[in-house]
Design a protein around this ligand. Structure first.
Ligand code: AMP
Ligand code: MG
Length: 424
C-alpha cells in the first residue's frame, strides 16, 4: 500500500484549482502493484495490468456479410445483368463443399466462409432467380459484402492495453479472439465512513434532530460502479479521538479511506485535525462549488509499508457527489492503474443565467430537453442547495462552468457532463 508519495507537495494556499488537484494525483499517486488473472466473467470493471495480444485473427476466415450469392467479380458484365448458374450452397459454420467455378454462383448466408474463388457477394434482395440460375445486376463493386480475415484484428496485435478499464465490449473482444482469462490489477479497497452526531443508520430510531445517512450509500454505489471494493465502516460521531481511531484503523486495511462530513471549519468539524494528528494533510480546500472543503491526505499504517490515501469529503450529499467525481474518481483511477480519459463536456444551450466567482469550477444540476428549434437545452434545477438530494435524482447531469468564467446569460452555449460520464 502507501501508493501516495507524501514528499513536498503539501498545499497551503487558499483554494486549490481542480487542474492542480488532478496534476497532484497524476504525479504523486502510484498504482497498486498486485495483479491477478481472472476469468472473463469476473473481468467486468477491472483494470488491465498488462497488454494482451490476439492469438487469432478476427474474423478468422473470409466470410459473407449478408445472405445472398457468392460470385467472382471477373465474371460480371459491367453494363448488363449477368446470368450465373447456382452450383451449391454454404451456410454459417460449414465450409463450402467445392470451389466456385467460373460463370457460377454459390448460395451463401451471413457468416459462412467465402468459397475458394469467390470474392464478392450479392444481397439476396438485389437479385432475380430463374430456374437454377441467378440474375445479378451490374454495378456492384468487386469485394462487396465480403469480410476479410483479420480486417477487425490481426493475429498478434494488442487487443487490450494495460490501463484499460474493462467494459462489456472489451470483455467481448477478449472472448472473440478466444481468450479465457485476463491479467488485471487487484481491486482498490476503500473504507467508507460517515461522520456526524446527527447521522443515524436508515431503519434505526431517529431522534428529532437526526438525519438518516445518505452518503455511505451514495459512496458505496459510486465506488462499486468504478470497480473498487468498498467496505462499510459505519458512522463516527463528532468526537476527535474516535475519529482519529476510526481513520487510523481503516488505513491499516485499505488503500483509500473516504469520510464525509466534518471537514469544514465549524467547531464540530474534526476531520482535518484528525488527519493532521495521525497522518499528513496534502490539501484541504479545493476551488470547486459545490464542494470546497475536501481534505486529502496520507495516513500511515501501523506496520511499515502499510497506509492509505485519505479523502475527507464534505457532508452535503450533492457536494459529496461533485467532489467524488472531481477528486475521488481520478484518485481511484491512479490507484487502480486505469487510464482516465479527460471529461469532455458536450455543448448545450443554457436556459438560465448565472453569476459566479472567478477562480473556481462550478457545477450546476440541470435536466436536458429539446428546445423548439431542436437544440438541446439545459434547464437548471429549481433548488440549488448542496443538501437537496432530489436535485440529483431529478436531473440528467451537471453544467460545468470553468474557473475563468464569471457569468453566463440565458441562451449561452455551456458544457454539459452527464452523470454517466462523471462517475461511470
Ligand atoms: P458537515 O460538513 O459535517 O457540517 O455537514 C454538512 C451537511 O451535510 C450537514 O447538514 C449534515 O447534516 C449533512 N450530512 C453530513 N453527513 C451526512 C450524511 N452521511 N448523510 C446525509 N447528510 C449528511
Ligand atoms: Mg458534521
Amino acid at each position: 500500500m502507501a501508493q501516495l508519495t507524501d514528499d513536498c507537495f503539501a498545499f497551503s494556499g487558499p483554494l486549490l484549482p481542480i487542474d492542480e488537484v488532478e496534476r497532484i494525483l497524476r504525479e504523486r499517486v502510484m498504482p497498486v502493484a498486485e495483479t491477478e488473472t481472472v476469468p472473463l466473467r469476473a473481468a467486468y470493471g477491472r483494470v488491465m495490468a498488462s497488454d494482451v495480444t490476439a492469438p487469432i485473427s478476427l474474423p478468422p476466415f473470409d466470410n459473407s456479410a449478408v445472405d445472398g450469392y457468392a460470385v467472382r467479380a471477373a465474371d460480371l458484365d459491367r453494363a448488363a445483368e449477368t446470368r450465373l448458374a447456382i452450383m451449391g450452397r454454404v451456410t454459417a459454420g460449414h465450409a463450402a463443399a467445392q470451389a466456385l467455378a467460373p460463370g457460377a454462383a454459390i448460395r451463401i448466408f451471413t457468416g459462412a466462409p467465402m468459397p475458394a474463388g469467390a470474392d464478392t457477394v450479392f444481397m439476396q434482395e438485389d437479385v432475380r432467380l430463374d430456374a437454377q440460375a441467378v440474375l445479378v445486376p451490374p454495378g456492384l463493386e468487386a469485394g462487396a459484402n465480403r469480410r476479410l480475415a483479420g480486417e477487425d484484428v490481426r493475429s498478434g496485435a494488442v487487443v487490450l492495453s494495460a490501463g484499460c478499464r474493462l467494459a462489456a465490449q472489451h470483455v467481448a473482444l477478449a472472448a472473440a479472439v478466444g481468450l479465457t482469462q485476463l491479467p488485471v490489477r487487484r481491486r482498490i479497497r476503500v473504507a467508507v465512513l460517515s461522520t456526524g452526531d446527527e447521522i443515524v443508520e436508515p431503519g434505526a430510531p431517529r431522534p428529532s434532530a437526526a438525519l438518516f445517512d445518505a452518503n455511505r450509500f451514495l459512496l458505496a454505489g459510486l465506488l462499486t460502479g468504478l470497480g473498487a471494493e468498498p467496505s462499510d465502516l459505519g458512522i463516527v460521531p463528532d468526537d476527535p479521538e474516535r475519529l482519529e481511531q476510526a481513520i487510523a484503523a481503516a488505513a491499516d486495511a485499505h488503500d483509500l479511506v473516504l469520510t464525509s462530513g466534518g471537514v469544514s471549519t465549524g467547531e464540530a468539524d474534526h476531520v482535518r485535525s484528525a488527519v493532521e494528528a495521525i497522518g499528513r494533510l496534502v490539501f484541504w480546500r479545493v476551488a470547486v462549488k459545490p464542494g470546497r472543503p475536501v481534505a486529502m491526505g496520507v495516513i500511515p499504517g501501523s506496520r511499515p509499508g502499510t497506509g492509505a490515501a485519505f479523502v475527507g469529503l464534505p457532508g452535503n450529499p450533492v457536494a459529496v457527489f461533485v467532489t467524488f467525481a472531481r477528486v475521488v474518481r481520478p484518485l481511484l483511477a491512479r490507484l487502480s492503474g486505469a487510464d482516465l480519459a479527460p471529461l469532455v463536456a458536450l455543448p448545450v444551450r443554457a436556459t438560465f443565467g448565472h453569476r459566479k466567482k472567478k477562480g473556481r469550477r462550478e457545477y450546476i444540476r440541470v435536466a436536458l430537453r429539446r428546445g423548439a428549434d431542436g437544440v438541446i437545452e439545459a434547464v437548471k434545477h429549481p433548488q440549488d442547495g448542496a443538501g437537496v438530494i432530489t436535485s440529483l435524482t431529478q436531473t440528467d447531469g451537471l453544467v460545468e462552468l470553468l474557473d475563468d468564467t464569471t457569468a453566463i446569460e440565458p441562451g449561452a452555449s455551456v458544457g454539459f457532463l452527464s452523470y454517466a460520464a462523471l462517475v461511470g
